[in-house]
Structures are given as structure tokens and as C-alpha cells.
Design a protein around this ligand. Structure first.
Ligand code: ZN
Ligand code: ZN
Length: 1022
């Protein structure tokens, strides 16, 4: 089931990453043999779309001004236009990305069919007593002119904002003054009570001629902050003793509504309440039930009437008298001025504190009492938690975060005071207040007393608002409640609303969902709540939910319009190779972590992986063609039957088996980065750097007797590449499909797409762990040998007489079993492997390194350096291998110096050059044997000529007239001269011509340019 993108803007790179993960799962599951239904879906209603539409209509005012200008119908039209416009961008991006999704059957949350199914949730909740009307102090955005749910408040987060910090005093009936602190002076207008903490200490303290009441805990801090000299403490009282004390509101006569209430005697007294925080302000807080959640709760519990003189635009009404017409936050300064005029302002400063802002407009939120419809989610908490606990989240942190959030489960205010949304289908009597719901078009038609747009009216405002019911109680006119649903209700209802009843039963719970980490408070939450409401059972509509980290810029900064670092999704998909972009996004970091997008990085290692994979396919294709390799005939099974698999082939197949297991687990467990890293290492190191190099020598040969052996190599390589194409397919579908079709699907009957072929069962793949260890040891020794050659300036091409390897027992045994391979890899005639340092031709020392010891042992260094001595031979070898430290006794007691604090040194040796790699010591004989060098050169030249005659299409038995080699060094020509006859036999040519410079008279095009030791070597066969 698609998590519907909101069609109010273009996709950015973060969306691309999110959609890639959906596709990874889709392709992986399909390749695993599952039949996946994945239909698109679009979130099309609600505040984000409506605000964007206002913008595109060029409207800049608030909701009421805008509606007056254009009317509801125009606005709705604009919303629909917007949806069409952005849908095409998103579909194009999905196409470029290669997302396998059925856009033709995509759901759209604004269609009548969808709306009617969405109402099913409301109906179920209404019947179960879970949907109802209530008043509540809600977060309210004065710019968007709508209330926000708890989840939406969390979405916007908090920002450090500057506010007034106002201290004022109010006079109590006993003549003392209560010192009060507020950061929202406008709330003084709606002030009804003053609260203290029941068991906290309060002081009655002299200030000049007056007695003030302040929290004991805050007295000293206040004296400092306000510059007040507190005098004698008259009395110390507990907060509870102050309960009931009446006070006079300082601005009462300016606020007629408040004055009316005050006459009743229910307000303007001290209450003792536990929520009061005595560690800030004065320890005395004033309560404005109309503008604070806790305040409201206290007032309703104590049956104190609420004074809320605010209109829909958060402006004071007539009841607020002197403040009438002012937007609430604009009243802050007037309150301060008026308090000052009355001598009741004690101190006015500024404070920077974290203040919640609107997720949509960035405006600071207000708390106001609003009438709303609620789902009483708190009553379902246990079921919701149970449903959530059964879900797979792949990672612990988002799971904990999500469950933590669900434990709060406050009532969910589902109504919004906007135009473009799923209407709340409840009608209310204008006279007696009776409520009549109608949760389907059919029911509306049955109840309608006036139906001005006929029976086929659109289920949206303004049309649905024109329908009038007759009150069953008093026969007055009933109008629809002027609310639309929270847009999160739309998307959260997708499991039922986007499918038919039958599909819902068959497809829900859906297997896998993935969205941004912020959706713990968004879609993941509403899906869960709504499914529990609909089914009445603790069942989640999804089995697995992968939360994703966000995409950041290369410097790790959040992408935002203000910084201008947002990467447009469509542009990125057009600019870069999609396969490369996909690989990079999957490879770079774990799905749960943020990803810092760096295009330079993308063209590094990720490019190398895809490029290498491509070229190995070409290599197989070209070389295989020369020997008549047919992928479907020359399979690994075939090669095994013919006994044409070498140790190296078996090694590669075994390593692949391990890689497959790791990659598939990576996909299954949503660790895509690990899957990609495993493929990366296999393609670049195992396949390209090792296997291709290790078998290249055998492929140079072109004789008929060894053809089957070469086919064994092609069979191995072919099998491995096909598997890699499959394994990488979810990440880079275009390239892998292309390579598969080009290289392996030669005949039409084999042109089956990879997705259809699937992973299948890989019977041939068995791991041979011991063999892997053996070849790994050989490769390690080869690395050592190469390092030693570099130190001794011995070209790799030159065959050497002898090499010694000193290795731990297990490695030595492995190397002894594969000496021929080691000898070939290292290009050394004789390989001697030993476990005894005495048998190693170069002596070595372990010398304490003062710097390293100093870094670890600080002031003990001198003592240690005096006590420790260099080690040599067997002792050094043992210490080096053991990994445990050298035990010493110094003045301060026994101590252990780790091996890492020692340096390994080889002593100069005339005949050998030695190095160490991962605990294996390698020594190569330095003496250059002219005969061997000549033989080696002969072999290198012969191989190149053989490869060329093969490539030029000469049959293996054909005799060449002449084979020419140019670009040799004079010394090399001299070395080869005596071997000319042998060379002509090897390459089957009547004549061999060797020269330092190529003869250009015959034209360049016949020469084939090869290379030797990194310089050009020219070859020609006639
Ligand atoms: Zn807003
Ligand atoms: Zn009525």
C-alpha cells in the first residue's frame, strides 16, 4: 500500500530516497517469488494543498479574507488543478526512478468513492461511542487559521523565540500582593485564577511598605533578577493555606466580559494545584483557561466558567472591551502599558525560550479553546499499543520512539476549520442542537430536506454544505457542521478507503511500509489508530514499517528553501545515471540514518562498482565468444561434470555463496547499505582484482587442448555474473537487466526479465570454508610478495627463484596445500612455507617504540623503557603472533606492554627482502636470474601474441607468416634473441621480429597496442 505523497509540490531528493526503498522492497520480494500488488496513491486534500492553492491564486490574506475574494468553488477548483499539475511531476519522477508501481489504479483521497469509504471509520467510531464533540484547548495557528493535532504540533517542533517576561502584582483581599510572572501578557485579559503548589513553601515578605507573596524557592533569584530588596519575612505559609484567597484583577474594569463573570464570585481567587512549577517565575502562576491546556483542565474540574473572548482569527471580541479587535499577541504591549499605569508592573524583560511553531507556516502557535470533534483515542490505548508491538520496525530506536509516542495517546481532534477536505457528515440543528450523522450519500439523500445541487452533488464543500436536513426533534433546519477532516485522517484511512471490501480482507495487513522517521507521529500513527477503530481489534494494518532518515546536503545540513540547498528530485533523476543514484542512495548509509548527499562521492566508489561490473561482462562476452562459450550450455554443472573447475573457480563460487546469503539478509532486514557494501567488495575485490587476474593467464592460451578449461572459467564467471545481476537488480535495475539481456539471454526463449526469473534456488552454491581460507592465505602471501618486490625493485613480471613464508600453523597448512597457486600468483619458482622462525632467511626484531609507549603509559615510560628490551627470533615471533602483551615488573608494580607498542624490524639481508602482512612473513630472493627473467619475458610476449592471434580470428592450428613485437627495451630484445626459436614455436609463426621501435612505413592501423610494465608494446600478426 502506497504511503501517499501530498500533491502540493515537486518531489525532492528525500522523496527519491524514500521511493527507492519502496522499490527495493518491491523488487526484492518479487525476485523472491512473491506476487506483489503495489498501487499508487495520492494525498490530495487538507491544509498543505489548500494553502498552496491560495498561493497559486495569488492570495496573501488569511482564510476569511481569501474566501471573501474568490469563494469556495474557485478555491476547490484551484486545489484540483494543483493535484493534476503535481501528479504528472511525481509520475514522471517515478518512471525515471524505475519505481514499479501501478499509477493507473492509484487512489486519490479527494474522490467521492474514497470519501464515502473514509466515512466508514467515522461511522464505526460514532456507533462505538469513540467519536464525539468536545471543547478543548488546542494548539492553533493564527496564520493557517486552524487548530493542530498533537501530532502536528510535534511535527513543527520548537524554536528558540524571544518573548516578553513580565512580572506584575495583584492585590489580594487581605491587603497583600501576589507576585505573578507571565511570558504571554495577553493572557492577563483572560486571567481567571492564580495557582500555587499545595505543599510548596511561600513567603509573606516585606517590600517597602507592602507585603508580597512569593515562592520561597525563588526569593533570592527574584531579588537578583528584579533588583528588589526584600525585607523582613512576615510569615511562611504552605501553598494549600493560600487556597481561596481572593484577589482583584488589575485591569478588570476595562474588560466587561470578565467583570460580568467576576460578579458571580467564581473567579479571581487562589487555587492550590500540583502542576505548578515552583522552580521558575515566582512560584505563583496565573491561569487563563481559554489559553492554556492545564489552565482549562483546572477550570473545568473546578466548574469555573471559561472566559474566551476570541474570534476565529484569534482577535479579541467585544467582550474584551479595551482590547476589542486586537490580535491576541498584539495585545501584549498594551497589557504591559496598562499595568504600568496602575503601578502594578514590577518588571519587564525579555526571555528567549523554546516555543512551538506551526509545521506548515512556521508561525508561533497559540492555545485557544475550540469546539472540535474527537476520537477518544485514550480509550483505545491498550489495543493500539498491542497492535503496534506486533509490528516489525527493523531498528530499535524508531520502535522505541513510536511506542513511546503511542503511550501518550491523547484524544485526537480530527476536525479542521478549512474548505478543501473530506467533510464531516454530521448535521446540527440550529435551534435545539440535535446532531444527525449521515455516513453515506444514500443516507444523506434519505435525510435531505433541501437538495439544491441534486442527488449527484460532489461530496465537498461548498456543495455538501447547501444540503439541509429537518430536525427530528424540533423540525428546525439542520446544517452540516462546518468542519473537514484532518488530512492525516485521509491517508490513515487508506487501508480501507483505497481498496474494496474484498481487497481489504485479502491485502491488509500490508506486508511492508516505509516512510520518513517523522511519520511516527504522522501516517504510521493514524493508520494504526484508524485500523483499531475500524476493526475494534488490536490489529495493525501493516506487518512491517521501516522508518527512514532524512537526506541532508554534502555538509550534513538539513535541506531547506532558506539555505537554498534543496536538491530537486526530477532534476537529479535527469542529471545522473539513475542506477548510479539508486546505488549511491542505498549504499551510503543505513535507511534509518540521515544521508549526506555528495555527488562527488557518488562518482567515486559507487561508480567504480557499476563500471567494473559492466566491464567484466564485456570481458566475458568477448573472450567467451572466441572459444564458442554458450551460457546456457556451458554452465557450472557442465564444467563440474567435465572436471574443468579449478581450485580458484570453486573458491569464487564459494565466496559468492557467502555473499548471496549476506545480500539477501540485507534486503530482508532492510539493511540495504550492507547488501550494497557486500556487492561492492565482491565485484571490485573478489571478482575483478582477484579472480579475473588469477585466471587471466589461462585465458591467454589459445590451444585446442585447453579450450574446455577456458570454458570452465567462462562457466564460472558467467554463473557468478548472472547471480550478481540478480542480487544487484533491486538496487540498479536498468544496468543489470541490460547486461543480463545482452550477455546471457542470447536466444529469444531466454529473454525473460530478471524480475520474472527471480532468485530461484541456487543449488550449485555450497560454501567451502576451508577452501576460502586457503585461497585467502594465498592472496595474502601474494600481497606480501608484491610489497617485497616493490621494496627490492623487482618487477612483478620477473620470475623469482625462491620465496619463504613464515606463517602460523593453520595458515601454513593452507599454503602448503596450494603451493602451485601461490607459486603462480607470486611468479616464484620455489615456495617454502615454514612455521619456525629459525627457518626464515631474514632475522627480525621487535623493538619498543618510545613514542607509542609514552602515549599509553605517560609518566611510567622511563621505567618501562629501562625494563623492556628488544626481542628477536622465536621470542619476537611468538610475541608478535600471541597478541598478548609483554609482562614487566617496574618500580610501581607489574605492568603489561601491548605488542602494538613495538615496531617490527627486518635486518638487512643481501639476498632476501622481507615484509610482514597480517602476521604472515614473506621473504623473496632478490637475486635476478637472467635466464628466468628472459623466460618470463618470453612468456609475457607470447601470451600477448596468442591473445592477438585469437582476437584476429586465426584458428589455433593456423601457422602465421610473421609475428612482430615493437616497443621493447634494447635489453629486452637482447634477452629474447636467444629464445626466438622457442617463441616462434609457442605462437606458431614462421618468423619472429623483435625491435625497439615500430616500423611506421606499413601504417599504424595494423599494429595492435598492448602494454608491458605500463609502457606501450606494439604487436602485429600476419
Ligand atoms: Zn500555520
Ligand atoms: Zn432541533
Amino acid at each position: 500500500m502506497e504511503g501517499p505523497p501530498t500533491l502540493n509540490g515537486e518531489p525532492h531528493i528525500g522523496h527519491v530516497r524514500g521511493r527507492l526503498m519502496k522499490d527495493l522492497w518491491y523488487r526484492y520480494s518479487t525476485l523472491s517469488g512473491k506476487n506483489i500488488v503495489f498501487r499508487g496513491g495520492w494525498d490530495t486534500q487538507g491544509l498543505p494543498v489548500e494553502l498552496q492553492a491560495e498561493q497559486e491564486l495569488g492570495l496573501t490574506g488569511n482564510k476569511w479574507e481569501n474566501l471573501k475574494k474568490v469563494g469556495e468553488e474557485k478555491l476547490v477548483e484551484a486545489c484540483k488543478r494543483l493535484i493534476i499539475k503535481y501528479e504528472s511531476s511525481w509520475v514522471e519522477a517515478d518512471k525515471l526512478l524505475g519505481l514499479l508501481i501501478d499509477h493507473e489504479r492509484a487512489y486519490k483521497t479527494y474522490t467521492d468513492e474514497y470519501i464515502e469509504r473514509e466515512w466508514k471509520y467515522l461511522e464505526t467510531a460514532w456507533e462505538g461511542g469513540l467519536l464525539g464533540e468536545g471543547h478543548k484547548v488546542v494548539a492553533y495557528c493564527p496564520s493557517c487559521l486552524t487548530s493542530l493535532s498533537h501530532a502536528e504540533v510535534s511535527l513543527g517542533g520548537y524554536e528558540p523565540l524571544d518573548d516578553p517576561s513580565l512580572y506584575y502584582k495583584v492585590k489580594a483581599e487581605d491587603g497583600s500582593f501576589l507576585l505573578v510572572w507571565t511570558t504571554m501578557p495577553f493572557t492577563v485579559v483572560t486571567d481567571e485564577l492564580v495557582a500555587v503548589k499545595p505543599d510548596a513553601k511561600y513567603l509573606r515578605v516585606r517590600v517597602g511598605e507592602e507585603t508580597w507573596v512569593v515562592g520561597a524557592e525563588r526569593k533570592d533569584a527574584l531579588a537578583k533578577e528584579l533588583g528588589i530588596k526584600f525585607g523582613e519575612v512576615v510569615r511562611e505559609v504552605k501553598g494549600s493555606e493560600l487556597e481561596g484567597l481572593r484577589y482583584t484583577h488589575p485591569l478588570l474594569e476595562l474588560i466587561p466580559g470578565l467583570m460580568n463573570l467576576a460578579r458571580s464570585g467564581q473567579i479571581h481567587r487562589v487555587v492550590a494545584e500540583n502542576f505548578v512549577d515552583t522552580s521558575t517565575g515566582t512560584g505563583v502562576v496565573h491561569l487563563s483557561p481559554a489559553n492554556g491546556e492545564d489552565d482549562y483542565l483546572v477550570a473545568t474540574r473546578r466548574k469555573v466558567p471559561i472566559f474566551s473572548p476570541l474570534d476565529d482569527e484569534a482577535r479579541f471580541t467585544e467582550e474584551a472591551g479595551r482590547f476589542h479587535g486586537l490580535f491576541v499577541r498584539d495585545a501584549d504591549s498594551l497589557v504591559s502599558v496598562l499595568l504600568k499605569g496602575r503601578g502594578q508592573l514590577v518588571f519587564e524583560g525579555r526571555i528567549v525560550h523554546d516555543y512551538p511553531v506551526c509545521w506548515r507556516s512556521g508561525h508561533r502557535l497559540l492555545w485557544v479553546v475550540r469546539r472540535e470533534y474527537f476520537y477518544w483515542v485514550d480509550r483505545l490505548k491498550e489495543k493500539i499499543l498491542e497492535a503496534a508491538e506486533g509490528v516489525e520496525y527493523f531498528f530499535d530506536s524508531p520502535r522505541n520512539r513510536f511506542l513511546e509516542f503511542l503511550r501518550e495517546s491523547p484524544p485526537w481532534g480530527i476536525t479542521r476549520e478549512r474548505v478543501w477536505g473530506t467533510p464531516l457528515p454530521i448535521w446540527a440543528c440550529s435551534e435545539c442542537g440535535e446532531k444527525t450523522p449521515a455516513f453515506s450519500r444514500k443516507r444523506i439523500l434519505e435525510l435531505a430536506a433541501e437538495l439544491p445541487d441534486g442527488p449527484d452533488f460532489e461530496l465537498h464543500r461548498p456543495w455538501i454544505d447547501r444540503i439541509v436536513f429537518k430536525c427530528p426533534k424540533c423540525a428546525s433546519r439542520m446544517h452540516r457542521e462546518p468542519f473537514v477532516l484532518d488530512t492525516w485522517h485521509n491517508s490513515g484511512s487508506a487501508p480501507y478507503s483505497s481498496f474494496t471490501d474484498q481487497e481489504y480482507r485479502r491485502l491488509i495487513p500490508t506486508e511492508f511500509l516505509t516512510e520518513g522517521i517523522d511519520q511516527t507521529r504522522g501516517w504510521a500513527y493514524t493508520l494504526l489508530v484508524l485500523n483499531v477503530i475500524l476493526g475494534g481489534k488490536p490489529l495493525s494494518p501493516y506487518r512491517a514499517f521501516l522508518f527512514q532518515g532524512h537526506v541532508l546536503d554534502a555538509e550534513g545540513r538539513k535541506m531547506s528553501k532558506s539555505i537554498g540547498n534543496v536538491v530537486d528530485g526530477l532534476q537529479a533523476l535527469r542529471e545522473y545515471s539513475v542506477d548510479l543514484l539508486r546505488f549511491y542512495l542505498a549504499w551510503k548509509s543505513s535507511p534509518i540514518d540521515p544521508l549526506s548527499l555528495d555527488a562527488k562521492e557518488m562518482s567515486g566508489r559507487p561508480y567504480q562498482v557499476l563500471n567494473t561490473l559492466y566491464h567484466i561482462h564485456v570481458y566475458l562476452s568477448q573472450n567467451g565468444a572466441l572459444d564458442g562459450y554458450v551460457p546456457r550450455r556451458h554452465t557450472v554443472a557442465w564444467a563440474r561434470r567435465r572436471r574443468r573447475l579449478s581450485l580458484v573457480d570453486r573458491w569464487l563460487l564459494s565466496v559468492l555463496a557467502g555473499v548471496e546469503k549476506g545480500v539477501l539478509a540485507g534486503y530482508r532486514e532492510s539493511r540495504y547499505n550492507e547488501a550494497c557494501r557486500a556487492i561492492e567488495q565482491f565485484v571490485i575485490e573478489t571478482l575483478s582484482q582477484n579472480y579475473v587476474r588469477m585466471t587471466r593467464g589461462e585465458l591467454w592460451d589459445d590451444s585446442a587442448e585447453t579450450r574446455e578449461r577456458r570454458l570452465g572459467i567462462f562457466a564460472t564467471l558467467g554463473h557468478v555474473l548472472e547471480r550478481v545481476d540478480l542480487l544487484l537488480h533491486p538496487v540498479s535495475p536498468y544496468l543489470t537487466e541490460y547486461l543480463h539481456q545482452e550477455v546471457f539471454a542470447g536466444k529469444a526463449s531466454w529473454k525473460i526479465p530478471l524480475l520474472v526469473r527471480g532468485f530461484g534456488r541456487a543449488k550449485l552454491l555450497r560454501r567451502e570454508k576451508k577452501l576460502e581460507e586457503t585461497v585467502a592465505a594465498a592472496i595474502l602471501v601474494e600481497n606480501g610478495c608484491n610489497s617485497a618486490r616493490t621494496k627490492a625493485r623487482l618487477k612483478r613480471r620477473w620470475p623469482l627463484r625462491a620465496m619463504y613464508v613464515l606463517a602460523p600453523r593453520r595458515t601454513a597448512a593452507a599454503l602448503n596445500s596450494t603451493k602451485a597457486l601461490v607459486s603462480t600468483l607470486c611468479n616464484v619458482k620455489v615456495v617454502r612455507v615454514t612455521t619456525r622462525p629459525e627457518a626464515f632467511p631474514v632475522s627480525f626484531l621487535l623493538i619498543p617504540n618510545p613514542t607509542k609507549i609514552g602515549a599509553t603509559f605517560k609518566e611510567k615510560t622511563r621505567d618501562i623503557l629501562q625494563a623492556v628490551r628488544p626481542m628477536r627470533g622465536a621470542e619476537a615471533w611468538r610475541t608478535y603472533l600471541a597478541g598478548s602483551g609483554v609482562k614487566l615488573r617496574i618500580a610501581s608494580g607489574p605492568i603489561e606492554v601491548p605488542p602494538s607498542a613495538f615496531d617490527l624490524r627486518f635486518e638487512q639481508n643481501e639476498n632476501f627482502e622481507a615484509v610482514e602482512k597480517e602476521g604472515v612473513f614473506v621473504a623473496v630472493e632478490k637475486t635476478r636470474d637472467e635466464r628466468l627473467v628472459a623466460e618470463g619475458l618470453e612468456r609475457d610476449v607470447a601470451r600477448r601474441l596468442q591473445a592477438l592471434r585469437k582476437a584476429r580470428g586465426f584458428s589455433p592450428t593456423a601457422l602465421l607468416n610473421k609475428a612482430s613485437v615493437a616497443g621493447l627495451e634494447a635489453e629486452e630484445v637482447a634477452l629474447l634473441m636467444p629464445l626466438k626459436k622457442e617463441l616462434s614455436f609457442l605462437v606458431r609463426a614462421k618468423e619472429i621480429q623483435l625491435s625497439t621501435r615500430k616500423d611506421d612505413r606499413e601504417g599504424d592501423d595494423e599494429w595492435y597496442e598492448d602494454e608491458l610494465d605500463g609502457r606501450p608494446l606494439y604487436l602485429k600478426v600476419d
